[in-house]
Design a protein around this ligand. Structure first.
Ligand code: AMP
Ligand code: MG
Length: 343
């Protein structure tokens, strides 16, 4: 299959091009497109055959449910039969935006979307290309990140080409995504609501709007045992995470980097800007200032991918503070990391 690439300027949307992409969705084909979080791989959420193609193209297991993206709040009532007041409160505060709500599903939503669960995940993205595409296709669009399963999520169109060229019909190139990490997934079928995945809307912001919020057991588990999952967001290079511990952090990164360099590996360091001069003699990429977590989130996946492009075997990364978007960054680093002495 030849993958077509449509370049669309998000500041001046060419609706003729949106129409072409929407036709592909209506035909049951796959179109990758930018959202404010990462690039999504889109299919008509109400067409089972189209949805199945997503799992095939990504190599994603069928037990990993998808998020339905909508452009109009009315769609919420089609996809869910039970909408608690808290859903509307959250939608009012954060939509369009990087918050996914898990609600009871309606009959319209197929098991292939929800992996057989009786709940469905829904969000309204804050991106004009994404919203225009959903409106023009006149259907909700499921859109997991447009990367091969387990790999680093794409934050520009080239990243999508690198993973999915020849496997999907179309890619909309709308430039670099703003947020850079996926949406926060919040289950509101329970009380209090539970964060299933940290993401673009911080837990602190959620608490400001709905008060109490719980962190799911699974997410706590990720934070308890870093490097044990090694199944998600992984660059091809082995990633080793060194936790934030003041001065000893730099010391430990240096020590690990020397050790692996000594064994003949090509070693790179991902560091905070304030520490960039601490690693003379090593190859360093800067994620951003430790205090600017939003910028760090926006840079995260592109930097990990650039280590792969440059042929590194091992990436040793500093940690970031677990507040604001730092929680989402650390969730992803912990899922991508291998144990320190595995390599
Ligand atoms: P993504 O891979 O970015 O499309 O995110 C999809 C993620 O959203 C899944 O891996 C789940 O963690 C979560 N999710 C989707 N649907 C549901 C659901 N019905 N219940 C709980 N979590 C869900
Ligand atoms: Mg993903």
């Amino acid at each position: 299959m030849k993958t077509k690439i449509l370049v669309i300027n998000p500041q001046r949307i060419d609706f003729a091009k949106i129409k072409i992409a929407a036709e592909e969705i209506k035909k049951g084909n796959l179109v990758a497109f930018p959202t404010e979080t990462v690039y999504g791989l889109g299919a008509d959420a109400l067409n089972e055959k189209a949805v199945a193609k997503i799992f095939q193209a990504k190599g994603r297991p069928f037990n990993d449910p998808l998020i339905a993206h909508i452009a109009d709040i009315k769609e919420l009532y089609r996809l869910s039969k039970k909408i608690p007041p808290v859903a509307l409160k959250l939608a009012e505060a954060f939509w369009p935006g990087p918050l996914t709500l898990v609600l009871r599903k309606s009959e319209l939503v197929s098991d292939i979307v929800t992996s057989g669960l009786d709940t469905v995940a829904i969000r309204m993205p804050a991106d004009n290309i994404a919203l225009s595409l959903i409106r023009e296709a006149q259907t909700p669009i499921v859109a997991p990140s447009a990367n091969l399963f387990g790999r680093t999520s794409p934050t520009n169109a080239q990243h999508v080409v690198d993973d999915l060229d020849g496997k999907i019909e179309m890619i909309i190139d709308g430039g670099k995504t703003k947020v850079g990490v996926e949406s926060t997934v919040l289950d509101i079928t329970t009380k209090p609501a539970r964060v299933l995945r940290a993401g673009g809307i911080s837990v602190e912001k959620l608490k400001e709007v709905i008060g109490q919020v719980k962190i799911s057991k699974e997410l706590e588990e990720v934070f308890r045992s870093p490097g044990m999952l090694n199944s998600h967001y992984s660059p091809q290079a082995k990633l080793i995470l060194v936790e934030e511990k003041g001065e000893s952090e730099v010391e430990e990164v240096r020590q690990l980097a020397s050790e692996y360099k000594g064994k003949g590996f090509k070693v790179g360091i991902m560091a905070k800007e304030e520490n960039q001069n601490e690693y003379n003699g090593f190859e360093v990429k800067i994620i951003g200032k430790g205090a600017e977590l939003e910028r760090c989130a926006a840079n995260l996946f592109a930097i990990l991918r650039s280590f792969d492009k440059d042929g590194f075997d091992i990436i040793i990364t500093e940690g970031l503070e677990e507040r604001g978007l730092g929680l989402a960054i650390m969730e992803r680093l912990r899922k991508a990391a291998v144990p320190k002495y595995e390599c």
